[in-house]
Design a protein around this ligand. Structure first.
Ligand code: SF4
Ligand code: SF4
Length: 381
């Protein structure tokens, strides 16, 4: 009986997703966009803030359905891409300590720091683990009481509550060998940097829905008030994205810029207040944080509050952590790509000396990176 139920629900959920990938709906929306775009008073330069959106655009060939006066600009919304070498170096330095197990998520293992990647540290004997969920760190810490287990925490507002929940659990269970190297960053601050830049053409934003599931759409209100540009909080399926693009076009055509939610099936204005409270209990904003390609952006990242200092890996390992900022490989244009002033194909080494197997920059490493998306889906010169 249970088995049947799960088959039934799997079928149901596949059906639900399929309707958001339906070819006819995508083409019908594309046709509407083409018709409406003829009324645009100027070209539309949309920044899809999140790497997940870049992947949807590439995977489903959506950019090829858009008229020439609509341009997609890839944004800084991938936590792996924007991680500066200095932070990777710190993870490397911690991992190389004899009594440490370093844990992290995602593609972090492959990102090159100036000492090498975490994968390289692992080949030298460092104990480094990859987690699917931060809460798995509890089990690792319990099983290894003689080790210092360090969680290298990354991600935007989407994943921060999970790190906060992990710390809460560690405190509850009185686990004293679990430490946190916090690299959580915030979506809005780099958008000011980009929109204030004299080089930028960005005049509209497609904002990631899962960030707003936590924060609500309200995090973009100050941006809208300052720049008065169309902003749509969008889901990640191709139909979501096409609908969001149509909404942006209609806002410009009707001269009614606003902050809209396309993904209203889950996102609202205020977001998940419980998750926000959990984060605020344990973390506070840093005065500064260095972003790869974007430089130092004040109040753009989080750290543990002072009262949780005994869990803070940056304090515990302070004496062995290098602090200087390190420049990227000079051939690499990740910085310009993250600022929205270049595309992967503008980089001379794309697909030549830089490939996913041998990445020179973070945009090729991360599965959400723009260069990786172009490469994976066959967009070449
Ligand atoms: S964490 Fe979410 S918002 Fe950030 S890049 Fe990944 S998918 Fe996009
Ligand atoms: S192709 Fe490689 S080197 Fe060039 S910008 Fe992308 S990641 Fe950097």
């Amino acid at each position: 009986m249970k088995k049947n139920m799960s088959i039934h629900s799997t079928k149901n959920s596949a059906f639900l997703i399929n309707s958001f990938r339906d070819k006819n709906t995508i083409l019908a929306l594309a046709e509407k966009i083409v018709i409406e775009s003829k009324k645009l008073p100027h070209d539309l330069y949309m920044m899809e803030v999140c790497g997940g959106h870049t992947h949807t655009l590439m995977k489903y060939g959506l950019t090829k359905l858009l008229p020439k006066n609509i341009h997609c600009i890839h944004g800084p919304g991938c936590p792996v891409c924007i991680m500066p070498k200095n932070r990777i170096n710190q993870a490397y330095e911690i991992a190389m300590q004899k009594d440490v197990i370093l844990l992290t998520l995602g593609d972090m293992l492959k990102v090159p720091g100036s000492k090498g990647s975490l994968q390289h540290a692992r080949s030298l004997g460092a104990e480094i683990g990859f987690l699917y969920s931060p809460l798995q760190a509890i089990e690792v810490a319990q099983k290894n009481p003689n080790k210092k287990v360090v969680y290298f925490a990354i991600g935007f507002e989407t994943t921060t509550p999970m790190t906060a929940a992990l710390l809460q659990k560690a405190i509850e269970l009185k686990i004293n060998n679990l430490f946190f190297h916090i690299n959580h960053v915030l979506v809005p601050p780099p958008l000011y940097t980009i929109l204030d830049s004299k080089d930028t053409k960005v005049n509209s934003l497609i904002a990631p829905s899962h960030v707003s599931v936590i924060t609500g759409s309200k995090i973009y209100e100050p941006i809208f008030e300052k720049y008065q540009i169309p902003i749509v909080v969008s889901g990640f399926e191709p139909v979501d994205m096409m609908q969001s693009i149509l909404m942006l076009v209609q806002q410009v055509v009707n001269n009614t810029p606003k902050l809209e939610i396309q993904y209203s099936r889950v996102v609202n204005t205020n977001g998940n207040l419980k998750a926000q409270k959990l984060v605020k209990t344990f973390m506070e904003t840093r005065e500064e944080f260095q972003w790869r390609g974007l430089g130092n952006i004040p109040y753009s990242a989080l750290r543990l509050k002072k009262e949780f200092a005994k869990y803070d890996a940056e304090i515990i390992f302070d004496s062995i952590l290098s602090k200087e900022n390190i420049q990227d490989n000079r051939a690499c244009r990740c910085g310009d790509i993250l600022r929205g002033i270049a595309k992967p194909l503008d980089c001379k080494v794309f697909g030549k000396s830089c490939t996913p197997q041998n990445p020179l920059g973070s945009c090729m490493v991360s599965s959400e990176g723009a260069c990786a998306a172009y490469y994976k889906y066959g967009y070449t010169n």
